[in-house]
Design a protein around this ligand. Structure first.
Ligand code: PEP
Ligand code: MG
Length: 854
């Protein structure tokens, strides 16, 4: 008896309202000839594209005119608004989702301005195309008029899962020379489709590479994900029987524009590409001195010690296994064991009052429950891979995806995925990483250290570490700072070649590693370390006393915090309250926004952790552009630092700001004296609008009238117009010098080449602070500083002289900042400030104040 099994069917729901048009009638051969794939077109009557299927957004084109969704069945559906819209470069389009986001049918993907698209594009016809035709055995497109999110536009019968191991390809690998993409808008859908059609003619595997990213030249999605732009350098390679022919023809076609009209790259464009160093060369400074290696300052402090190189071994695993049920069980058991381990580790760290690191391992546990990651592993097991092979592939793919993101914070999480992935792999294989025997005063050097490595370091022996990867905001750096171990990230690669046992000096504050020092030089450094340590002890002993200048002027020294644990810790080192609660930490690392109740409870808990009556300044949500929240999509922007960030997100999403205001108001009588401030205020209208929202919520709740409301001064316009801002119904300013310096100098504070110049002691920034001090004092109001300059003891007397009333510092800096206040008279401070604002450079300013190392 034979049994027939019906193939699974899938329905595509209308992504836009309009009239259905057969794909063959679209006036663009790439779509009409189904070079991108089979599907349909819609003449739109609405201006928001919504998801036609549940799934993951796997690609949002940089010009925001097209998006691709992959369903759980593996179907990849490309939605392409209009024809030739890539040329509009994003004008008139607003992406509502980001790559990697899960969406459900009917959820908004892209909003667009119909008039602009109608005027500038070839056509408004919007294509809905299945790009992986291998997954489809039949597609029936409907006809008529449809309503977005409601009506079916196509019935799809999925192909039976067959043997997809593919033909065995014999032959050799051939690679092309570098090719510069000549297409004006890069490899978007149309040239990508032409490329795929050509590559599919060959039996060989054909790959396109750009930098470290590779794409399967037979997959349109894969090519579009490369986001190759005009002038980008790519290589074609092929492996198989007709590799030579494939590379010759594909490379030639790319050079000729893949059917698009192209103009040759100008000499200037070529020169620009040639001059552009590879990504890693940009990020890593190189000293040029054979005895000095440079990197990024990851955790401050000086360490003298001997080098130990730490290498991670690769664990060998078998590729295939016969019983997929068994493999699935093995993987589940390994994940469960790893979860138990993580929870034990987390518990231990919590007991050791190390909540920051405990939170990192809690995040690792969340990664292990991520459905995407588990899906990738399960589908590999389904295809016959062994559990370790499937798992390794899954976490490496996942980490790779994260590391490619432009957002430094998310990219830094790739290391966490590798770490927790390795933990499960060890469970699966029984292969444990060896812990090396470490000598006294070890300085570890590694390509990368995982959070697990750092958390289990023998702290009595390791005095510092340097990694060739990672940045200042990686978890490794965070852990190093919390362990108080000096560390340098992104150090020059030659560090890996330093012989074990070599004596070196690692400067975590400067981001350097020094070799071949004489004994006298090392002795001097050790003596300096001793002096600095002794001063730290003295400062800490007096941390509980107020910060009063020698002539009796008291300054409030408070803490910058991100959570309740920080508040508790700040109380132990002499903080007189909180000058900046970065409330975005309450919103980060979650799948949905915290509710009003959750926020109110947390703000009240933090207020309760302070001494009664101490100030608690809550900054409203400061995200946007560079700091994304998965549940609060902000369209990709060309200049995120000049775009929708800070309070502008609140104006864009008033319900988020209003909820937060209500939560703050509800925490008003939890013990602290409550203040609220808005980030990124740039204009008087910004301020009035924010204040109006606040006042409305106060009126609605009938409480919170005693909460003082202030401005975070991060945009130079506030300093320039300090008199006008001070005349408003505002209680105080708190200067965010991190952003203020960036915006004053027009330099990105995270830019690898410019960051060193972004010094808040620049006289231009000091002048703005001085102006704000005068304006506020004349109006009977106060001035605080919460940017990093407040934690710099050298800058403290200048700030006091400029009229700063409150210094909000990083927690470890509090004792030294208080000591700095005590070592000057206000008179001296005023004289120093007068000189500082007249200086020409930050170096001249710093030369006015000797560094007190004890
Ligand atoms: C600042 O800009 O100085 C500031 C304190 O805000 P953040 O560093 O959180 O942007
Ligand atoms: Mg800021």
């Amino acid at each position: 008896m034979t049994q027939t099994v019906a193939s699974p069917r899938v329905q595509l729901i209308a992504p836009i309202s309009g009239i259905l048009v057969p794909i063959e009638l679209v006036p663009d051969p790439v779509f009409a000839k189904k070079m991108v794939g089979d599907g349909l077109s819609i003449d739109p009557l609405s201006d928001v594209l919504v998801a036609p299927i549940d799934g993951e957004v796997i690609n949002v084109q940089p010009a925001m005119h097209a998006v691709t969704i992959r369903s759980a069945d593996g179907l990849e559906v490309l939605l392409h608004i209009g024809l030739d819209t890539v040329r509009m470069g994003g004008k008139g389009f607003q992406a509502k989702v980001r790559q990697g986001q899960q969406v459900r049918v009917g959820e908004e993907l892209i909003a667009f301005d119909m008039d602009t698209v109608a005027e500038e594009a070839l056509s408004l016809l919007t294509q809905v195309v299945v790009t992986n035709s291998d997954a489809v055995s039949n597609l029936v497109a409907m006809t008529g008029t449809v309503v977005a999110g409601r009506d079916v536009v196509a019935e799809i019968t999925l192909a039976e899962a067959g043997d997809d191991s593919g033909p065995i390809r014999r032959g050799r690998t051939v690679r092309s020379d570098a090719i510069l993409i000549p297409n004006p808008t890069g490899l978007h859908a149309r040239p990508a489709a032409t490329l795929v059609a050509l590559a599919k003619k060959f039996d060989s595997e054909v790959t396109l590479r750009r930098g470290d990213d590779t794409a399967n030249a037979k997959s349109i999605m894969s090519i579009m994900s490369l986001s190759a732009e005009r002038g980008d350098k790519v290589f074609v390679s092929a492996h198989g029987p007709d590799a030579e022919q494939a590379v010759t023809e594909v490379a030639e076609a790319i050079r000729n524009g893949l059917g698009e009209e192209v103009t040759p790259l100008t000499e200037a464009e070529v020169a620009e590409v040639e001059a552009e160093p590879a990504a890693e060369e940009v990020a890593v400074p190189v000293s040029g001195d054979p005895n000095l290696l440079l990197g990024v300052a990851a955790s401050p402090g000086l360490a003298v010690g001997q080098v130990v190189q730490l290498r991670h071994e690769d664990i060998g695993v078998a590729e295939f296994a016969p019983d997929k049920h068994l493999e699935r069980r093995k993987l589940n058991t390994a994940i469960d064991r790893a979860l138990l381990d993580l929870s034990a580790l987390q518990g231990r760290l919590e007991k050791e009052a190390d909540p920051e690191n405990a939170a990192i391992f809690a995040a690792h546990a969340e990664i292990l429950q991520d459905p995407d990651l588990l899906d990738i592993a399960s589908s590999a097991i389904e295809k016959g891979n062994s559990a370790p092979f499937a798992w390794r592939g899954a976490y490496q793919t996942y980490a790779e995806r994260l590391s490619r993101l432009k957002n430094e914070i998310l990219a830094g999480r790739a290391n966490d995925v590798r770490d927790v992935g390795q933990r499960v792999l060890e469970e699966l294989t029984g292969h444990r990483r060896e812990k090396p025997e470490l000598p006294e005063n070890t300085i570890l050097i590694a390509e990368d250290l995982t959070p697990s490595d750092t958390a289990t370091l023998d702290r009595r022996r390791v005095v510092g570490f340097a990694t060739t990867s990672g940045g200042a905001s990686s978890h490794v750096a965070i852990i190093a700072r919390s362990l108080d171990i000096p560390a340098v990230a992104g150090i020059e690669g030659r560090a890996l070649g330093i012989a074990e046992g070599t004596r070196v000096v690692l400067d975590g504050g400067r981001g350097s590693l020094q070799l071949n020092l004489t004994d006298d030089q090392i002795d001097a450094i050790v003596e300096r370390q001793r002096r600095i340590a002794a001063k730290r002890v003295r400062d800490l002993e007096r941390a509980g006393e107020p910060a009063i200048t020698s002539d009796g002027h008291q300054v409030q020294v408070v803490a910058n915090i991100g959570n309740l644990a920080d508040a508790q810790q700040a109380m132990t080192v002499g903080a007189e309250g909180v000058g900046l609660l970065r409330s975005e930490f309450v919103f980060l690392g979650r799948q949905s926004a915290p509710s009003e109740d959750e926020q109110a409870e947390l703000y009240a808990d933090i207020a309760g952790a302070l001494r009664p009556g101490q100030p608690l300044v809550i900054r409203t949500l400061d995200v946007g552009g560079d700091k994304p929240l998965p549940y609060l999509p902000i369209p990709a922007e060309e200049n995120p630092f000049l775009g929708i960030r800070g309070v502008r997100v609140g104006f864009d999403r008033p319900e988020v700001l209003r909820t937060q205001c209500r939560a703050i108001i509800r925490a008003a009588d939890a013990g602290a004296e409550l203040y609220v401030m808005f980030p990124m205020i740039a204009t008087i209208d910004d301020w009035r609008f924010a204040k109006q929202i606040w006042d409305a919520e106060v009126a609605a709740l009938g409480s919170g009238g005693d909460v003082k409301v202030g401005i975070m001064m991060e945009v130079p316009s506030v300093g320039v117009m300090a008199n006008q801002f001070a005349a408003e119904d505002v209680a105080f300013f708190s200067v965010g010098t991190n952003d203020l310096t960036s915006y004053t100098l027009a330099m990105d504070r995270g830019h690898p080449k410019l960051a060193a110049q972004v010094d808040p002691c620049n006289p231009s920034v000091l002048q703005l602070i001085g102006q704000a001090g005068q304006a506020l004092h004349a109006a009977g109001k106060w001035l605080g500083v919460c940017g990093s300059i407040a934690s710099d003891p050298q800058a403290v007397p200048i700030l006091l002289g400029l009229g700063v009333d409150e210094l909000s510092c990083s927690i470890p800096a509090i004792p030294a900042v208080k000591a700095a206040v005590r070592s000057y008279s206000l008179d001296q401070c005023r004289r120093l400030a007068a000189k500082a604002v007249a200086c020409s450079t930050p170096a001249e300013v710093r030369a006015l104040v000797p560094v007190d190392e004890g």
